[in-house]
Design a protein around this ligand. Structure first.
Ligand SMILES: Nc1ncnc2c1ncn2[C@@H]1O[C@H](COP(=O)(O)OP(=O)(O)OP(=O)(O)O)[C@@H](O)[C@H]1O
Ligand SMILES: [Mg+2]
Length: 334
């Protein structure tokens, strides 16, 4: 039971949700809410590249899962009238796979590489000349007889998406002409996203119901969508046209999301730090072993929000609980 709940509210996308997630993707720039600074830059870059009839600059989109990196990539393709090719860093196994994708790109196409920090380094190196000079350098043969063959590529745009920009190699990071870091959304922005998405799902929700979902979504549109989905189930089952605050509260209870928007795993992290490590500081290795949870999941998915909300702080000796976290744990009695 515990495992199911944890997965249900995690900001990561689970496989069953792909269609639902796609249906709720913003379909133009005006539907893309928040991230104002990023969008101001992006809209300028799009306009300029259209006026110059040149490919858009290479972009790095970094930030925790579920904040709209893929959605923005898709919007860019639409806005530029360009073809989008999507691949995922860990899915590329051989240099030849990436070379094939690159040589197939047409002028102005977008190449979106998800989880680009997980591209194997030997394969990543192919990208350097590809994005800098639109040229592919391929080494043929080995040892003294090895020679380099060069293939010209069409001008294209690389969009790299990453949840861990810190893990990107310097040569790759330096080759992006613009790099943007996504922030968690505030509750007004989330309320607007939920409002738009209720319409897309042909639902109707009270303002206070919408507001409650926005407060409990961990600043993450994907989680807001997930809660909305469960609220929809309640509305459908009760046979009413209107979703109310009690429907939202029941959904929260089922999903085990508390009044701060923290889920079971968040609370488990805080509790383990209090009970096993005297409130910290504790290193990520030790924490990951005690929680039986992957190190990178803790770092990429859970910690950013706990840090942002002031439940955790980072010290040179590891992460530690704050007074706010201890008070919270005492209140919710976990
Ligand atoms: N700015 C936004 N405006 C409206 N809806 C948004 C916005 N950002 C995200 N969403 C919603 O959240 C969902 C998840 O966003 P998306 O898949 O783009 O996140 P992501 O950053 O690519 O996550 P991951 O790191 O897991 O790949 C989208 O389907 C969309 O419904
Ligand atoms: Mg994505």
């Amino acid at each position: 039971m515990q495992e199911i709940n944890t997965r249900e509210v995690s900001p990561q996308l689970n496989h069953f949700e792909k269609d639902y997630d796609q249906k709720l993707r913003p379909s133009n720039f005006s539907e893309y809410i928040g991230q104002k600074k990023i969008m101001a830059n992006i809209e300028l870059m799009v306009q300029s590249s259209k006026m110059r009839s040149a490919a858009l600059d290479h972009l790095l989109l970094a930030g925790p899962p579920g904040l709209g990196k893929t959605s923005l990539g898709l919007l860019l393709a639409k806005e530029m009238g360009a073809q989008m090719h999507m691949i995922s860093g860990p899915g590329v196994e051989k240099k030849g796979d990436l070379a094939a994708v690159l040589t197939n790109l047409q002028r102005g196409d977008l190449l979106f590489i998800d989880e680009i920090h997980r591209l194997p380094i030997a394969i990543e190196e192919i990208l350097y000349s590809a994005i800098e000079d639109f040229r592919l350098d391929i080494i043929i043969g080995q040892g003294a007889s090895a020679r380099t063959m060069q293939i010209d590529l069409e001008p294209f745009t690389l969009i790299g998406a990453t949840t861990r920009s810190g893990l990107l190699s310097n040569p790759l990071r330096d080759r992006f002409q613009a790099s943007f870091h996504f922030d968690f959304y505030n509750s007004e922005e989330l309320a607007l996203i939920i409002q738009n998405n209720t319409q897309k799902l042909s639902l109707s929700l009270d303002q206070e119901a919408i507001f409650e979902i926005s407060k409990r979504s961990r600043g993450t549109p994907r989680i807001a969508n997930r809660i909305l989905r469960r609220v929809r189930d309640f509305i459908v089952v009760k046979g009413s046209a209107q979703g109310t605050l009690p429907d939202v509260m029941k959904a929260m209870q089922l999903l085990d999301i508390d009044h701060c928007g923290l889920d079971q795993m968040d609370r488990k992290i805080l509790t383990v730090m209090r009970d096993y490590y005297s409130n910290g500081p504790v290193g990520i290795e030790a924490l990951s072993a005690t929680l039986a949870e992957d190190k990178s999941t803790i770092e990429e998915v859970y910690e950013p929000y706990l840090l942002k909300e002031g439940f955790l702080i980072r010290t040179p000796r590891g992460r530690a609980l704050t007074e706010k976290a201890l008070q919270f744990l005492a209140e919710v009695k976990v």
